[in-house]
Every structure is written in structure tokens, then in C-alpha cells.
Ligand binder design. Structure first.
Ligand code: GAP
Length: 451
């Protein structure tokens, strides 16, 4: 299990400006969260890492960005209107509501009162399109991004002149009126998904299913999640959606136990068949080579952005004692770290400021940086450790003489001293994975205590 409890991460997120309760000054909005200055960087980095791995690094996947509000028939065809429901029970005494499958017996977990019989509660948020608020104007906030992909399948196939297998990827907000939210950003009512629908020829689906199971598991590992805290869990027969041929969850060992980070499903041809039926449009494809016409099968890796952010925060959290003081460090992968490099003049001395500003200006266009000159250098290092900044660059009085600066490594606490004119190239190499003690021309290892 991740070694840290949820309260510690929630408190770090608030203190350092990663994540706040939504509308906090009004007492919050149930199950909604706001990402602060560092949280938004981390979240963007997670989404960009996913987009790079799923779209930019591949020849067989393209992206789209569909609208959140769609024709309501989409949700009839997908059966969300009929079936996207959870069983709800009410406490007759305190009136609190629970998901029936989250409570044991028929007593309220809060006050012990008697619970009602379960009734089905549809999780889709409704609103109205246009000025008239009647049944004909009802539309839904999408509960998944996937349907925006299915309804654009034909558009993308014909305009991108692609052949199968073809993946269509999308990242965006989804909304579910969850009966019970909780565990911080794990289950919220407004969240983001990173979904990809991979369209294949029937018969090749088992091969691609295996391919995506491996790819998706390894994505988390490459970005630093410990393998021991990750597992692939096959769905039991009774968990499977009626159309799904198979489904695995990528699970992370969260503080509350193993829970879903991402689902990977073989959805067969169900979605395209349904949309064909309801729209009257033929969504089959014709394969020139074999002269065959068929409705593609779909393999769907569907990940949660917020759950990934939470897993990366939990997994990277580390406490240790350095020189008799507690050091909290987020050992985030450099790709994900909100700030890549902090520029820290030793003090606010007027002789140091021009050079420190110059050094900052020379690198800020390349990486997300932060210039910090307040408080002691030790406290500034600790602040950067706590938000996961991989490298701190310090400008001291000797820098004025020798035109060199010190780089400090977050994880080993080792320091190297290098000429300013190779700083940008050195940081670029380190952030791309070069070992910290590999020195550029003119560089040297700084000996001495850790700080
Ligand atoms: N298109 C398939 C689909 O939406 P899902 O298992 O319902 O499948 C996929 O959702 C992922 O979206 C989940 O693995 C999870 O990471 C994320 N997710 C779902 N509901 C969520 C919620 N209420 N809060 C945060 N993330 C959620």
C-alpha cells in the first residue's frame, strides 16, 4: 500500500496549492474539486504524457475533442438513459443517502436508522438546451467521453483516410451525479477522463486487447508508479457489461485498498451497432484487400485523470530525516513534476539579483520554472522538495566571479557546479533521464553535507 494516508495528501495539496475544495468560501460543492497553481500543472502534465503515449508516439491513433452536450438520442442508443443507474437507499431517520452496494444490511452507517428499499437512480446530470425548459429540451452532461468518439467514427475514418486498426483518443470532462462521493478526488461528480477507442477487425480483437493491457499497465510504471502498488484485475462474469467480451481494471493500492484507476474493455461491435440502429447510418467499413464489409470491434482503455493524479501523488510521497529534520519529498517523475527547475539566489543581495534574473531568463522558456528568493535557502529547498521540483539552481557570490551555478538533485541531494553557459543543456539532459553525476564540460561534483 502507498505508505501515506489520504489526510496527509489532502493537507499537502491544500497547503501547497495543488487542490482545493470547490467553492470553499461558500462551504464547498459536494464532490467537486478545484486544481490550484501546482495542481493544474501536474494535471496538464498527466494529460500530456497520456496524449504523447497514445497519439503522438503512434501511427495508428488520432485525437478528437467532441462537445460535452450531445444529441440526447446518443444516450438512448448507448443505453445510458435506460441503464446508467446505481441502487440508492435513504435513511428514514437522518435522510442521508447511500449506494445500496456500499452499505451492509438495512441500517444507516451514520445513525443506525432504518434504510428504505433500494431504488434505481440515474447518474446523468440533466439540463435544458435552448430557452424553453420542457421535456423536449432535455440534454445531458456527458457521463463519459467515449460516445463522442463513437458518433464521430465515420467522420474521422473518411477525413483522415485511415485503415483499421485505428484508435481515436479524447481527453475531457465527464459528469456523474454519484450518490456517494469520497476519498478526495477519487470519486467526484465532475472529473476528467482520458479515453481511447481502438477500432479493429473482428478476429484480431483478442490480440489488441492483450496489447492494450500491457501498454496501459506499463504507462503507469514508466511514469514512476511502483509495480507492487499496481495490478491488473480481470472482471468477474457478473461485473461485465452484457456486451463486453472481456474487461480488466488497472488497480492501484490506494489507502482505502485496491481500487480502479482505469478500465480496459473489449466492447465488441456493440457501440457502433447501436449508433447505426438509432441514427440509421451505416457505420460498417469496407476492407479493400479482402473485399469484406464488417462493423469494427472496439478495445477501450478508459482512464481517469483525477485518479491518476491522486495515484501519482500518493506513490511519490516520501518522508525522511535529513540532518535531524523531517524532509517531505514528492519523488514525482520529472515529466509530471509541476515545476521542473527552481532558481534560487542565495539571498536578496543586490549584487546577486541581476545574475539570478539573467539565469532565470535563460532557462524559463524551456521548462516550467519558479524564481524564489524569500526565506533561507534551506527552507526554500524544503518547499521545492515538498512539491516535487527535480532540480534547484543556486546562484551564490562565487557565481559572480566564476560564472558557475550549483544544481541540487531532489532525490539524492547531491550537488554539481557547472558553467552557466551549459546550464540549459545540462538541465535538459537531466530532465530527460541522464544520471545526475554525469558532468558537462567544466562541471564538478560538490562535496559536503546534504541539504
Ligand atoms: N467509457 C468507459 C467508462 O467510462 P468507467 O469505468 O465508468 O468506464 C472510466 O470510467 C474511468 O473514469 C475510471 O476508471 C475512473 O478512473 C474514471 N472515473 C469514473 N467515474 C469517476 C468519478 N466519479 N470520479 C473520478 N473518476 C471517475
Amino acid at each position: 500500500m502507498s505508505s501515506v494516508d489520504m489526510e496527509t495528501i489532502v493537507s499537502l495539496c491544500k497547503r501547497r496549492g495543488f487542490i482545493f475544495q470547490s467553492s470553499e468560501i461558500y462551504g464547498g460543492a459536494g464532490g467537486c474539486w478545484d486544481y490550484g497553481p501546482l495542481g493544474v500543472e501536474l494535471k496538464r502534465n498527466v494529460k500530456e504524457a497520456w496524449w504523447k503515449a497514445m497519439v503522438h508516439d503512434r501511427d495508428d491513433v488520432v485525437g478528437i475533442d467532441a462537445s460535452i452536450l450531445m444529441n440526447p438520442q446518443v444516450w438512448v442508443a448507448s443505453r445510458h438513459v435506460q441503464q446508467f443507474s446505481d441502487p440508492l437507499v435513504d435513511c428514514k431517520a437522518c435522510k442521508n443517502r447511500f449506494r445500496a452496494d456500499h452499505v451492509q444490511g438495512n441500517r444507516c452507517p451514520d445513525c443506525g436508522g432504518e434504510l428504505t428499499e433500494p431504488r434505481m437512480f440515474n447518474l446523468m446530470f440533466k439540463t435544458f438546451m435552448g430557452p424553453v425548459e420542457n421535456d423536449a429540451a432535455v440534454v445531458y452532461l456527458r457521463p463519459e467521453t467515449a460516445q463522442g468518439i463513437f458518433v464521430n467514427f465515420q467522420n474521422v475514418m473518411s477525413t483522415s483516410r485511415r485503415k483499421l486498426p485505428l484508435g481515436i483518443a479524447q481527453v475531457g470532462k465527464s459528469f456523474r451525479n454519484e450518490i456517494t462521493t469520497g476519498n478526495f478526488i477519487f470519486r467526484s461528480r465532475e472529473f476528467e477522463q482520458m479515453e481511447m477507442e481502438y477500432f479493429v477487425k473482428p478476429g484480431t480483437d483478442d490480440h489488441w486487447f492483450q496489447h492494450w493491457l500491457e501498454q496501459r499497465f506499463n504507462w503507469y510504471v514508466k511514469l514512476g508508479i511502483k509495480k507492487d502498488n499496481l495490478r491488473l484485475r480481470p472482471h468477474e462474469k457478473e461485473e461485465l457489461a452484457h456486451y463486453a467480451k472481456g474487461c480488466y481494471d488497472v488497480e492501484y493500492l490506494f489507502p482505502m485498498g485496491w481500487s480502479e484507476l482505469e478500465g480496459i474493455a473489449n466492447r465488441g461491435s456493440y457501440d457502433l451497432e447501436q449508433h447505426s440502429k438509432f441514427s440509421g447510418k451505416d457505420l460498417s467499413v469496407f476492407e479493400e484487400e479482402t473485399k469484406e464489409r464488417f462493423v469494427p470491434y472496439v478495445i477501450e482503455p478508459s482512464a481517469g485523470v483525477d485518479r491518476s493524479v491522486l495515484a501519482f501523488l500518493l506513490d511519490s510521497y516520501h518522508e525522511e530525516t535529513v540532518e535531524k529534520e523531517k524532509r517531505v519529498v514528492l519523488r514525482l517523475h520529472p515529466t509530471l513534476a509541476p515545476i521542473k527547475v527552481a532558481v534560487l539566489p542565495l539571498s536578496r543581495n543586490e549584487k546577486l539579483v541581476p545574475l539570478a534574473t539573467e539565469v532565470h531568463a535563460s532557462i524559463r522558456g524551456c521548462f516550467m520554472t519558479q524564481y524564489d528568493d524569500s526565506q533561507s535557502i534551506g527552507r526554500r529547498y524544503r518547499r521545492q522538495d515538498e512539491v516535487g521540483t527535480p532540480y534547484c539552481v543556486t546562484i551564490d557570490f562565487q557565481s559572480l566571479e566564476d560564472k558557475q551555478v550549483t544544481i541540487r538533485d531532489r532525490d539524492s541531494l547531491h550537488q554539481i557546479r557547472i558553467p552557466i553557459d551549459v546550464l540549459r543543456a545540462t538541465l535538459t539532459a537531466k530532465l530527460a533521464g541522464e544520471a545526475f553525476d554525469v558532468l558537462p564540460p567544466g562541471g564538478s561534483l560538490v562535496s559536503g553535507g546534504k541539504s
